[in-house]
Design a protein around this ligand. Structure first.
Ligand code: ADP
Length: 839
């Protein structure tokens, strides 16, 4: 470190014109400085020796490049400081330590010798006289001193003695030199200062360098503080946590927590999760370890970890793909349903050949109680897979499928992941019920989430919002079910293969009851056939008087009801065998819920029998028309939809246009009001296919001719009396059959659908194919004006009989089956409101 000599007499020393040169590295010496130097280079030692032998003076020249070991003339700056060697010490290693004091700046005018050491002719460079100590100078001096203080304040090491000297210097040149010598500048920068002979300019330059230094140091300090802050924080936390642990150890709950962590660790290992999920689980476990065990967040994470570890990430059953066995299982569990079974077996066969099948999703469509769910169960049983079932009815929120994000209070995974957890394996048969009742509103569109679930291209990384890690659903076998196909959102329907299951006839129900339902219910109630025998007549009675349905769900329920009643009697101590027959079932089941069909078979004026298509299968509806004095108004009641109302108008207009042919006078209409009512008022009804039924009831009411009760009809009517085709013929025909109706009037364009009807439905039924409303009236109305009641014997005209197709005899019968892959749906029936009767 440079020190200050600063004695006045140094100025008086005579400096010779030629002096030995001492090249120095990495340092620039200013006048008045005293500093020690270690000298090792030969060339330098020789110069020192020479100086010591003469006037002890050397010129110290800074070397431009400190790496040059043996400098030439060009490697040295030409301006330096002449110094006096004050002391010299030879060190044992051959080096020399000298103490020098700067005397005066000097410039080399020429080198007189380069070997064995440099000698140079010099010109003394004297300090320019500073201008009068102006205010500016003073400000400059003060500024540099302040900056120097700052620099020291920011951590630069400068000896306190030096600081005292700096404090007291009033000469700008010496101040500049001293500051420069103590700042540890680079050689070229220090040399630049040295070469300035104007002290004020020099000080200004030093001021600039200082302010840059202040900036640099400030930033440096900031960085350091931040880094230290970070370290402090972690250290603090560490200490606190250690303290907490100590407290917990003291309180005894550390063991519990450690135990919990251990348990989770084991669960995570056991769950055999994919790498990514495992990482997430471990991350969450670490988090929970750091938290207070009773905090709300720890609770949330715990639930999450439980979910993560309980999901069957890699647990699956091995498929048994024995097609013969599968066929046996399906047959054991279900009566008939040949086509569906066949399709299922095909599906399983393909699966056998190609493990990762990206085939379509099966979708069973049909009324309730026809065996959709139990088919799904059988498939699972045949494959040896788990079976889970989830209803989508009323699901409007996407989050129900995909779950809520964990940030929500009480968030849980969506139904899909819940189902998987419930199944306990990653490849169950997963049945999604009521896919036709999925809704969408502002809470998002669940069907698009469902698309991702069902799409084999995407579902190998299904992301549930709650889990936030993907789950592979591609091994799951999804089966969907619903009552109607046309309310299933289009994109979903595209991915599915729809298999239709229509309802059963009485005979089939009888079979199903005898072979499946009765044994099943007896078994479930722990009743043997020695205690209860349910005869065929009893079952028939239940079918016709206690149930009115396409499927067999209520039938099964009533059989269960019988079993319960008998079980109670047995529990009460009654013994013997209970034999159920058609005569005594009502004792157990109570008053019949439905009237026997015969009682309703009376021809009436103004009441026509129509056929409706509901999601519970087909149904029979009665359209009533009556007229009264009035002004030609038409009233429609019975919760009719717009399409149906318009259809009634059209039917009326057509009847008006045929007034003459029907034997009505022109002014019949102006003096009356007509009222059409479709009973079962609570059920909304819509669709155009009641057109001909309404037309018939109007014509009947106006003409007074009764409508044949044994004739049911379905068809849309146009203004000009043409009869247009309708949808759901199969369901409608089944409903007619259930009600014991023998003749059904259908539009000609539905004739082709008759091929799809199973033989047993067509048996004993006559389908009358018509083109016009006139033909409908001819077939449906009793020939003459008749009394309001009574069933007159009527012979149908030969012409119409020719149009009637005696089924079974003339129609090519198709193999008995209840499945078609495409219902001849009436495309114009767009009314898709649920629970509607489509008529
Ligand atoms: P869905 O799911 O179509 O509403 P389910 O599968 O729940 O109907 O069927 C109701 C009951 O009827 C079940 O006990 C089922 O076993 C029985 N069932 C339905 N169709 C048949 C059939 N073809 N053979 C045997 N049992 C049947």
């Amino acid at each position: 470190m440079a020190e200050v000599g600063g004695k006045e007499e140094t100025k008086e020393v005579e400096i010779p014109d030629t002096v030995p040169v001492l090249p120095v590295r990495d340092i620039v010496i200013f006048p008045y400085m005293i500093l020690p130097l270690f000298v090792g280079r030969d060339i330098s030692i020789k110069a020192i020796d020479h100086a010591l032998n003469t006037n002890r003076m050397v010129l110290l020249l800074a070397q431009k490049d400190l790496n040059v070991e043996t400098p030439a003339v060009d490697d040295l700056y030409l301006m330096g400081t002449v110094c006096m060697i004050m002391r010299m010490l030879k060190l044992p290693d051959g080096r020399v330590k000298i103490l020098v004091q700067g005397l005066n700046k000097a410039r080399v005018s020429g080198f007189t010798q380069q070997e064995p050491f440099f000698m140079a002719d010099i010109e003394k460079v004297s300090e320019e006289k500073p201008a009068e100590t102006s205010i500016e100078n003073e400000a400059l001096i003060r500024n540099v001193k302040e900056q120097m203080d700052k620099v020291v304040g920011l951590g630069k090491t400068v000896l306190p003695d030096v600081m005292v000297v700096i404090e007291n210097i009033e000469d700008p040149g010496r101040l500049a030199d001293l500051v420069t010598a103590n700042l540890g500048l680079k050689t070229d920068q220090a040399q630049e200062i040295l070469e300035m002979s104007d002290p004020v300019r020099r000080l200004k330059r030093v001021g600039e360098i200082l302010s840059r230094e202040v900036q640099l140091l400030t930033i440096q300090q900031k960085i350091q503080t931040e880094a230290r802050g970070e370290i402090d924080k972690t250290q603090r936390e560490y200490f606190l946590r250690e303290q907490l642990k100590a407290i917990q150890r003291e309180l005894g709950d550390i063991d519990e927590r450690a135990e919990e962590a251990r348990e989770f660790k084991k669960k995570i290992e056991d769950a055999k999760m994919p790498e990514k999920v495992m990482k997430e689980a471990e991350k969450q476990l670490k988090r929970i370890e750091k938290m207070h065990p009773d905090s709300a967040e720890a609770g949330t994470i715990r639930t999450y970890l439980e979910w993560l570890t309980e999901i069957p990430w890699s647990k699956g059953t091995k498929d048994q793909l024995d097609i013969q066995k599968a066929e046996k299982v399906l047959n054991d569990d279900h009566y008939d349903l040949e086509k569906v079974k066949e399709r299922i077996l095909e599906y399983l066969s393909v699966r056998k050949l190609k493990e990762k099948m990206k085939g379509p999703i099966l979708c069973f469509i049909g009324p309730p109680g026809v065996g959709k769910t139990s088919l799904g169960r059988s498939i699972a049983r045949a494959l040896g897979r788990e079976f889970v079932r989830m209803s989508l009815g009323g699901v409007r929120d996407e989050a129900e499928i995909r779950g809520h994000r964990r940030t929500y209070v009480g968030a849980l995974p969506g139904r899909i992941i819940q189902g998987i957890k419930q199944a306990g394996t990653n490849n169950p048969v997963f049945m999604l019920d009521e896919i036709d009742k999925i809704g969408s509103d502002f809470r998002g569109d669940p069907s698009s989430a469902l698309l991702e679930v069902l799409d084999p291209e995407q579902n190998n990384s299904f992301s549930d919002h709650y889990l936030a890690v993907p789950f592979d659903l591609s091994n799951v076998m999804f089966i969907t079910t619903g009552n109607l196909a046309d309310t299933i959102p289009g994109p979903l329907r595209d991915r599915m293969e729809i298999l239709y299951l229509s309802g059963y006839t009485e005979e089939e129900k009888l079979h199903i009851a005898k072979k499946y339902l009765v044994p099943k219910q007896l078994d479930e109630h722990g009743i043997s056939t020695k205690i209860l025998q349910i005869g065929e007549s009893a079952v028939r009675q239940i079918i016709s008087q206690y149930t009115r349905e396409a499927g067999v769900r209520n039938l099964e329920r009533e059989i269960a009801n019988l079993c319960r009643k008998v079980a109670k009697l047995v529990a009460e101590g009654k013994t013997g065998t209970f034999v159920m027959t058609g005569k005594n079932v009502h004792k157990y089941l109570g008053v019949p819920k439905f009237l026997p069909e015969e009682e309703m078979k009376v021809n009436e004026v103004g009441v026509a029998t129509g056929l409706a298509w509901t999601e519970a299968g087909g149904d029979v509806i009665y359209v009533e028309a009556t007229m009264m004095k009035g002004k030609g108004n038409l009233t429609l009641t019975g919760q009719l939809g717009d399409v149906m109302k318009e259809s009634a108008q059209a039917a009326l207009s057509y009847i008006k246009s045929r007034a003459a042919e029907l034997g009505l006078s022109e002014d019949t209409f102006s003096g009356i009001d007509l009222h059409i009512h479709v009973p079962a008022g609570a059920i909304p009804k819509d669709g155009p296919s009641a057109g001909i039924t309404m037309g018939t009831s109007i014509a009947s009411a106006l003409t007074g001719r009764a409508v044949r009760k044994d004739v049911a009809m379905t068809g849309e009517v146009t203004l000009r009396g043409r009869v247009l085709p309708i949808g759901g013929l199969k369901e409608k025909a089944l409903a007619a059959k259930r009600m014991g109706i023998k003749t059904v009037i259908i539009p000609r364009r539905n004739k082709k659908d008759l091929d799809d009807l199973p033989k047993y439905v067509k048996e004993g039924m006559t389908f009358v194919v018509v083109d016009t409303m006139d033909e409908v009236l001819k077939n449906a109305l009793v020939a003459k004006r008749a009394a309001k009641a009574g069933a007159p014997k009527r012979k149908s005209s030969g012409k119409n009989d020719r149009k009637a197709i005696k089924t079974g005899a003339t129609l090519r019968s198709t193999k008995r089956s209840k499945v078609t892959h495409a219902t001849p749906a009436d495309r114009r029936i767009k009314a898709s409101r649920r629970n509607k009767k489509k008529v």
